[in-house]
Design a protein around this ligand. Structure first.
Ligand code: MRU
Length: 378
Protein backbone atom coordinates (compact mmCIF):
# COMPACT_ATOMS: atom_id res chain seq x y z
CA UNK A 1 0.00 0.00 0.00
CA UNK A 2 2.62 2.53 -1.07
CA UNK A 3 1.79 5.69 -2.93
CA UNK A 4 1.75 5.04 -6.64
CA UNK A 5 1.12 6.79 -9.94
CA UNK A 6 -2.10 5.85 -11.69
CA UNK A 7 -2.95 7.52 -15.01
CA UNK A 8 -0.68 10.37 -13.97
CA UNK A 9 -2.37 10.81 -10.58
CA UNK A 10 -0.73 10.14 -7.21
CA UNK A 11 -2.86 7.72 -5.20
CA UNK A 12 -2.61 6.31 -1.70
CA UNK A 13 -4.05 2.79 -1.98
CA UNK A 14 -6.23 2.49 1.09
CA UNK A 15 -7.68 -0.98 0.56
CA UNK A 16 -6.45 -4.01 -1.35
CA UNK A 17 -7.22 -7.70 -1.71
CA UNK A 18 -4.17 -9.90 -2.05
CA UNK A 19 -3.80 -13.67 -1.79
CA UNK A 20 -7.04 -14.22 0.07
CA UNK A 21 -6.59 -11.34 2.53
CA UNK A 22 -8.06 -7.82 2.80
CA UNK A 23 -5.28 -5.29 3.28
CA UNK A 24 -5.85 -1.87 4.76
CA UNK A 25 -3.73 0.86 6.25
CA UNK A 26 -4.77 1.26 9.91
CA UNK A 27 -6.09 4.84 9.89
CA UNK A 28 -6.42 4.97 13.67
CA UNK A 29 -2.60 5.01 13.88
CA UNK A 30 -1.94 7.71 11.26
CA UNK A 31 0.01 9.91 10.99
CA UNK A 32 2.34 8.47 13.64
CA UNK A 33 2.57 4.98 12.20
CA UNK A 34 1.87 3.59 8.71
CA UNK A 35 0.83 0.04 9.63
CA UNK A 36 -0.69 -2.37 7.13
CA UNK A 37 -3.28 -4.77 8.52
CA UNK A 38 -4.08 -8.08 6.84
CA UNK A 39 -7.66 -9.01 7.63
CA UNK A 40 -8.30 -12.74 7.36
CA UNK A 41 -11.89 -13.05 8.54
CA UNK A 42 -15.22 -11.32 8.10
CA UNK A 43 -15.23 -10.52 11.83
CA UNK A 44 -11.92 -8.70 11.46
CA UNK A 45 -13.35 -6.71 8.55
CA UNK A 46 -16.42 -5.75 10.60
CA UNK A 47 -14.21 -4.71 13.52
CA UNK A 48 -12.01 -2.60 11.22
CA UNK A 49 -15.01 -0.72 9.82
CA UNK A 50 -16.75 -0.28 13.18
CA UNK A 51 -13.61 1.02 14.88
CA UNK A 52 -12.73 3.19 11.88
CA UNK A 53 -9.41 1.55 11.02
CA UNK A 54 -10.85 2.13 7.56
CA UNK A 55 -13.38 4.94 7.15
CA UNK A 56 -14.86 7.33 4.60
CA UNK A 57 -18.01 6.22 2.78
CA UNK A 58 -16.48 4.90 -0.49
CA UNK A 59 -13.63 3.09 1.33
CA UNK A 60 -16.15 1.49 3.69
CA UNK A 61 -18.11 0.22 0.66
CA UNK A 62 -15.00 -1.16 -0.98
CA UNK A 63 -13.71 -2.95 2.10
CA UNK A 64 -17.20 -4.37 2.69
CA UNK A 65 -17.23 -5.81 -0.85
CA UNK A 66 -13.91 -7.45 -0.08
CA UNK A 67 -15.31 -8.64 3.24
CA UNK A 68 -18.05 -10.50 1.36
CA UNK A 69 -15.41 -12.09 -0.87
CA UNK A 70 -13.44 -13.07 2.23
CA UNK A 71 -16.54 -14.76 3.66
CA UNK A 72 -16.84 -16.81 0.45
CA UNK A 73 -13.15 -17.70 0.65
CA UNK A 74 -13.62 -18.87 4.21
CA UNK A 75 -16.36 -21.24 3.04
CA UNK A 76 -13.90 -22.72 0.56
CA UNK A 77 -11.22 -22.88 3.25
CA UNK A 78 -13.60 -24.83 5.49
CA UNK A 79 -13.62 -27.42 2.69
CA UNK A 80 -9.83 -27.06 2.47
CA UNK A 81 -10.04 -25.50 -0.96
CA UNK A 82 -9.26 -21.80 -0.61
CA UNK A 83 -8.69 -20.15 -3.99
CA UNK A 84 -6.93 -17.18 -2.34
CA UNK A 85 -8.22 -14.60 -4.81
CA UNK A 86 -5.86 -11.76 -5.65
CA UNK A 87 -6.64 -8.40 -7.24
CA UNK A 88 -3.42 -8.47 -9.24
CA UNK A 89 -3.16 -12.12 -10.20
CA UNK A 90 -4.89 -15.42 -10.73
CA UNK A 91 -6.48 -17.32 -7.91
CA UNK A 92 -4.95 -20.65 -6.90
CA UNK A 93 -6.40 -23.64 -8.77
CA UNK A 94 -9.60 -24.47 -6.98
CA UNK A 95 -11.73 -27.60 -6.96
CA UNK A 96 -15.28 -26.55 -6.03
CA UNK A 97 -16.64 -30.08 -5.51
CA UNK A 98 -18.47 -30.38 -2.23
CA UNK A 99 -19.31 -26.65 -2.06
CA UNK A 100 -22.93 -25.83 -2.82
CA UNK A 101 -24.07 -22.62 -4.49
CA UNK A 102 -26.73 -22.25 -1.81
CA UNK A 103 -23.97 -22.38 0.85
CA UNK A 104 -22.16 -19.60 -1.02
CA UNK A 105 -25.30 -17.49 -1.21
CA UNK A 106 -25.98 -18.06 2.49
CA UNK A 107 -22.41 -16.97 3.34
CA UNK A 108 -22.83 -13.82 1.22
CA UNK A 109 -26.10 -13.02 2.91
CA UNK A 110 -24.67 -13.53 6.41
CA UNK A 111 -21.71 -11.30 5.51
CA UNK A 112 -24.12 -8.65 4.27
CA UNK A 113 -26.10 -8.74 7.53
CA UNK A 114 -22.96 -8.42 9.66
CA UNK A 115 -21.29 -5.68 7.63
CA UNK A 116 -24.54 -3.76 7.09
CA UNK A 117 -24.71 -3.27 10.86
CA UNK A 118 -21.33 -1.58 11.20
CA UNK A 119 -21.84 2.03 10.08
CA UNK A 120 -25.40 3.04 9.27
CA UNK A 121 -24.99 6.40 7.52
CA UNK A 122 -22.60 5.60 4.65
CA UNK A 123 -24.78 4.88 1.60
CA UNK A 124 -21.81 3.37 -0.24
CA UNK A 125 -21.72 0.52 2.28
CA UNK A 126 -25.22 -0.66 1.33
CA UNK A 127 -24.64 0.06 -2.35
CA UNK A 128 -21.57 -2.21 -2.39
CA UNK A 129 -23.27 -4.94 -0.34
CA UNK A 130 -26.23 -4.89 -2.75
CA UNK A 131 -23.90 -5.30 -5.70
CA UNK A 132 -22.16 -8.25 -4.05
CA UNK A 133 -25.44 -9.94 -3.18
CA UNK A 134 -26.71 -9.44 -6.73
CA UNK A 135 -23.49 -10.95 -8.12
CA UNK A 136 -24.16 -14.03 -6.00
CA UNK A 137 -27.83 -14.23 -6.95
CA UNK A 138 -27.52 -16.50 -9.95
CA UNK A 139 -25.16 -19.19 -11.17
CA UNK A 140 -25.37 -22.92 -10.55
CA UNK A 141 -21.71 -23.93 -10.50
CA UNK A 142 -19.76 -23.16 -7.32
CA UNK A 143 -16.36 -22.48 -8.90
CA UNK A 144 -17.73 -20.03 -11.45
CA UNK A 145 -19.94 -18.38 -8.83
CA UNK A 146 -16.93 -17.75 -6.54
CA UNK A 147 -15.04 -16.25 -9.48
CA UNK A 148 -18.00 -14.03 -10.35
CA UNK A 149 -18.18 -12.76 -6.78
CA UNK A 150 -14.44 -12.04 -6.79
CA UNK A 151 -14.74 -10.25 -10.15
CA UNK A 152 -17.53 -8.06 -8.79
CA UNK A 153 -15.39 -6.90 -5.86
CA UNK A 154 -12.43 -6.17 -8.14
CA UNK A 155 -14.72 -4.32 -10.58
CA UNK A 156 -16.08 -2.16 -7.74
CA UNK A 157 -12.47 -1.28 -6.89
CA UNK A 158 -11.43 -0.41 -10.46
CA UNK A 159 -14.60 1.52 -11.23
CA UNK A 160 -14.31 3.45 -7.99
CA UNK A 161 -10.87 4.76 -8.91
CA UNK A 162 -12.09 5.84 -12.37
CA UNK A 163 -15.04 7.62 -10.73
CA UNK A 164 -12.66 9.51 -8.43
CA UNK A 165 -10.50 10.69 -11.34
CA UNK A 166 -13.66 11.87 -13.14
CA UNK A 167 -14.91 13.74 -10.06
CA UNK A 168 -11.50 15.43 -9.91
CA UNK A 169 -11.77 16.52 -13.56
CA UNK A 170 -15.38 17.69 -13.18
CA UNK A 171 -14.62 19.73 -10.06
CA UNK A 172 -11.24 21.24 -10.96
CA UNK A 173 -12.77 24.15 -12.98
CA UNK A 174 -14.24 25.49 -9.71
CA UNK A 175 -10.75 25.93 -8.23
CA UNK A 176 -8.70 28.99 -9.19
CA UNK A 177 -5.21 30.28 -8.51
CA UNK A 178 -4.86 31.96 -5.14
CA UNK A 179 -8.09 30.53 -3.66
CA UNK A 180 -8.41 29.75 0.04
CA UNK A 181 -10.34 26.51 0.35
CA UNK A 182 -11.74 25.14 3.60
CA UNK A 183 -12.36 21.39 3.86
CA UNK A 184 -13.67 19.23 6.68
CA UNK A 185 -12.92 15.68 7.84
CA UNK A 186 -11.11 13.59 5.22
CA UNK A 187 -12.58 13.05 1.75
CA UNK A 188 -9.30 12.07 0.13
CA UNK A 189 -7.52 8.91 -0.93
CA UNK A 190 -7.79 7.44 2.55
CA UNK A 191 -11.59 7.73 2.43
CA UNK A 192 -11.90 6.11 -0.99
CA UNK A 193 -10.04 3.79 -3.34
CA UNK A 194 -7.02 6.08 -3.26
CA UNK A 195 -7.65 9.49 -4.87
CA UNK A 196 -10.67 10.98 -3.14
CA UNK A 197 -13.76 13.05 -3.79
CA UNK A 198 -13.48 16.57 -2.30
CA UNK A 199 -9.70 16.23 -2.21
CA UNK A 200 -9.68 14.67 -5.72
CA UNK A 201 -10.94 18.03 -6.99
CA UNK A 202 -8.03 19.76 -5.28
CA UNK A 203 -5.50 17.17 -6.47
CA UNK A 204 -6.61 17.52 -10.09
CA UNK A 205 -6.55 21.32 -9.91
CA UNK A 206 -3.03 21.09 -8.45
CA UNK A 207 -1.94 18.65 -11.19
CA UNK A 208 -3.23 21.22 -13.71
CA UNK A 209 -0.78 23.72 -12.23
CA UNK A 210 -3.18 25.79 -10.14
CA UNK A 211 -1.82 27.00 -6.80
CA UNK A 212 -4.08 27.62 -3.82
CA UNK A 213 -4.19 27.25 -0.04
CA UNK A 214 -6.20 24.69 1.90
CA UNK A 215 -7.54 25.04 5.44
CA UNK A 216 -8.33 21.73 7.13
CA UNK A 217 -10.71 21.64 10.09
CA UNK A 218 -9.34 19.25 12.69
CA UNK A 219 -12.66 17.33 12.93
CA UNK A 220 -13.34 16.53 16.55
CA UNK A 221 -13.54 14.04 18.11
CA UNK A 222 -11.45 11.64 15.99
CA UNK A 223 -9.38 14.27 14.18
CA UNK A 224 -9.65 12.94 10.63
CA UNK A 225 -8.85 16.44 9.33
CA UNK A 226 -5.78 16.92 11.50
CA UNK A 227 -4.43 13.39 11.25
CA UNK A 228 -5.42 12.30 7.74
CA UNK A 229 -6.17 15.32 5.53
CA UNK A 230 -3.03 17.20 6.54
CA UNK A 231 -1.01 13.97 6.00
CA UNK A 232 -2.47 13.46 2.52
CA UNK A 233 -2.28 17.06 1.32
CA UNK A 234 1.33 17.26 2.43
CA UNK A 235 2.17 14.10 0.44
CA UNK A 236 0.59 15.80 -2.60
CA UNK A 237 2.65 18.95 -2.06
CA UNK A 238 -0.40 21.15 -1.35
CA UNK A 239 -0.10 23.98 1.19
CA UNK A 240 -2.34 23.33 4.17
CA UNK A 241 -3.11 25.06 7.45
CA UNK A 242 -4.89 23.27 10.29
CA UNK A 243 -7.55 24.95 12.40
CA UNK A 244 -9.66 23.87 15.36
CA UNK A 245 -13.24 23.35 14.26
CA UNK A 246 -14.41 26.22 16.46
CA UNK A 247 -12.05 28.64 14.64
CA UNK A 248 -13.97 28.39 11.36
CA UNK A 249 -16.31 31.36 11.93
CA UNK A 250 -13.36 33.54 12.82
CA UNK A 251 -11.51 32.49 9.64
CA UNK A 252 -14.57 33.43 7.55
CA UNK A 253 -14.94 36.75 9.39
CA UNK A 254 -11.28 37.53 8.66
CA UNK A 255 -12.00 37.04 4.95
CA UNK A 256 -9.89 33.88 4.87
CA UNK A 257 -12.27 31.51 3.05
CA UNK A 258 -13.24 31.68 -0.63
CA UNK A 259 -14.92 28.30 -0.93
CA UNK A 260 -15.79 25.21 1.15
CA UNK A 261 -15.28 21.78 -0.43
CA UNK A 262 -16.47 18.64 1.37
CA UNK A 263 -17.45 15.02 0.71
CA UNK A 264 -20.67 13.22 1.62
CA UNK A 265 -21.86 10.04 3.30
CA UNK A 266 -25.42 9.96 2.00
CA UNK A 267 -27.38 12.31 -0.25
CA UNK A 268 -31.18 12.17 -0.28
CA UNK A 269 -33.32 12.56 -3.41
CA UNK A 270 -33.80 16.31 -2.77
CA UNK A 271 -30.05 16.95 -2.26
CA UNK A 272 -29.99 17.10 1.55
CA UNK A 273 -26.53 15.81 2.41
CA UNK A 274 -25.20 13.90 5.41
CA UNK A 275 -21.49 14.44 6.00
CA UNK A 276 -19.14 14.58 8.98
CA UNK A 277 -20.53 16.43 11.98
CA UNK A 278 -19.66 20.10 11.60
CA UNK A 279 -20.39 20.31 7.87
CA UNK A 280 -23.80 21.91 8.52
CA UNK A 281 -22.14 24.63 10.58
CA UNK A 282 -19.76 25.40 7.71
CA UNK A 283 -22.75 25.54 5.34
CA UNK A 284 -24.43 28.14 7.55
CA UNK A 285 -21.21 30.15 7.53
CA UNK A 286 -21.08 29.95 3.72
CA UNK A 287 -24.57 31.39 3.56
CA UNK A 288 -23.75 34.11 6.09
CA UNK A 289 -20.61 35.18 4.20
CA UNK A 290 -21.95 34.51 0.66
CA UNK A 291 -19.36 31.85 -0.17
CA UNK A 292 -19.99 28.73 -2.27
CA UNK A 293 -20.29 25.29 -0.69
CA UNK A 294 -19.39 22.38 -2.95
CA UNK A 295 -20.06 18.74 -2.14
CA UNK A 296 -18.09 16.16 -4.15
CA UNK A 297 -19.46 12.62 -4.16
CA UNK A 298 -19.84 9.57 -6.36
CA UNK A 299 -23.26 8.50 -7.54
CA UNK A 300 -23.06 5.54 -5.11
CA UNK A 301 -23.49 8.04 -2.24
CA UNK A 302 -26.95 9.08 -3.45
CA UNK A 303 -29.90 7.34 -1.83
CA UNK A 304 -32.84 8.12 -4.10
CA UNK A 305 -35.15 6.04 -1.89
CA UNK A 306 -35.13 8.84 0.70
CA UNK A 307 -37.26 11.92 0.02
CA UNK A 308 -35.13 14.20 2.16
CA UNK A 309 -32.41 14.32 4.79
CA UNK A 310 -34.75 13.74 7.73
CA UNK A 311 -34.83 10.05 6.76
CA UNK A 312 -31.05 9.60 6.73
CA UNK A 313 -29.97 7.40 9.68
CA UNK A 314 -27.37 9.26 11.71
CA UNK A 315 -24.75 7.16 13.46
CA UNK A 316 -24.32 7.93 17.15
CA UNK A 317 -20.86 6.99 18.39
CA UNK A 318 -19.46 5.98 21.74
CA UNK A 319 -19.23 8.81 24.31
CA UNK A 320 -15.67 7.74 25.18
CA UNK A 321 -14.53 9.21 21.84
CA UNK A 322 -15.31 12.58 23.43
CA UNK A 323 -14.66 11.96 27.11
CA UNK A 324 -11.16 10.60 26.56
CA UNK A 325 -8.35 12.47 24.90
CA UNK A 326 -5.00 10.73 24.33
CA UNK A 327 -6.20 7.97 26.64
CA UNK A 328 -6.88 10.35 29.54
CA UNK A 329 -10.25 11.18 31.00
CA UNK A 330 -11.08 14.67 29.70
CA UNK A 331 -14.39 15.39 31.47
CA UNK A 332 -15.77 14.81 34.97
CA UNK A 333 -16.95 11.22 35.42
CA UNK A 334 -20.61 10.65 34.60
CA UNK A 335 -20.98 13.56 32.17
CA UNK A 336 -23.49 12.85 29.41
CA UNK A 337 -22.31 13.26 25.84
CA UNK A 338 -23.90 14.11 22.47
CA UNK A 339 -21.74 12.45 19.82
CA UNK A 340 -23.41 12.13 16.40
CA UNK A 341 -20.91 11.20 13.69
CA UNK A 342 -22.72 13.16 10.96
CA UNK A 343 -25.08 16.06 10.38
CA UNK A 344 -27.39 16.87 7.48
CA UNK A 345 -26.89 20.00 5.40
CA UNK A 346 -30.11 21.14 3.71
CA UNK A 347 -29.83 21.14 -0.08
CA UNK A 348 -30.69 24.85 -0.20
CA UNK A 349 -27.30 25.66 1.35
CA UNK A 350 -25.33 23.65 -1.22
CA UNK A 351 -24.08 25.51 -4.29
CA UNK A 352 -23.38 22.37 -6.33
CA UNK A 353 -22.76 18.65 -6.03
CA UNK A 354 -19.82 17.42 -8.10
CA UNK A 355 -20.32 13.84 -9.31
CA UNK A 356 -18.78 11.61 -11.97
CA UNK A 357 -21.93 12.09 -14.06
CA UNK A 358 -21.54 15.86 -14.04
CA UNK A 359 -22.03 18.83 -11.71
CA UNK A 360 -25.49 19.36 -10.21
CA UNK A 361 -25.86 23.11 -9.66
CA UNK A 362 -28.52 24.21 -7.14
CA UNK A 363 -29.31 20.61 -6.18
CA UNK A 364 -32.94 19.72 -5.63
CA UNK A 365 -35.21 16.82 -6.57
CA UNK A 366 -35.51 18.04 -10.18
CA UNK A 367 -31.83 18.76 -10.88
CA UNK A 368 -30.79 15.48 -9.24
CA UNK A 369 -33.36 13.48 -11.16
CA UNK A 370 -32.14 15.05 -14.41
CA UNK A 371 -28.60 13.80 -13.64
CA UNK A 372 -29.66 10.33 -12.47
CA UNK A 373 -29.07 7.27 -14.66
CA UNK A 374 -32.02 7.27 -17.04
CA UNK A 375 -32.75 10.93 -16.18
CA UNK A 376 -32.75 13.97 -18.46
CA UNK A 377 -28.95 14.14 -18.80
CA UNK A 378 -28.58 10.53 -19.85
O1 MRU B 1 -16.66 9.04 10.13
P1 MRU B 1 -15.87 9.05 8.86
O2 MRU B 1 -14.44 9.41 9.03
O3 MRU B 1 -16.08 7.77 8.07
O4 MRU B 1 -16.55 10.23 8.01
C1 MRU B 1 -16.09 10.50 6.73
C2 MRU B 1 -16.76 11.67 6.08
O5 MRU B 1 -17.62 12.29 6.64
C3 MRU B 1 -16.37 11.96 4.67
O6 MRU B 1 -16.51 13.32 4.39
C4 MRU B 1 -17.28 11.17 3.72
O7 MRU B 1 -17.32 9.81 4.06
C5 MRU B 1 -16.86 11.30 2.32
S1 MRU B 1 -15.36 10.45 2.01
C6 MRU B 1 -14.98 10.59 0.37
Amino acid sequence: LHEEEHQGHLIVPTVDYRAGRVRIIDQTLLPGEERILELGSIDEVAEAIRNMRVRGAPAIGLVAAYGVLLAVESLCADANKAPRFDRLGNAAPFDPSGIGVQDIRRRVHEARELLGGTRPTAANLFWALDRMEQAAADGDEAGRLCEKIAREAFDIHEEELEVEFTIGRNGAPYIHNGMRILTHCNAGGLATAGYGTALAVLYTAHEEGKRFHVYAGETRPLLQGARLTVWELTKHGIDVTLLCDNAAASLFADGGVDVVMVGADRIARNGDTANKIGTFGLAVLCEKFSKPLYVAAPWSTFDLTLDDGSAIPIEQRDPTEVTYRAGLEAVPAGATVYNPAFDVTPAGLITAIITERGVIERPDAATIEAMAPGGGNG
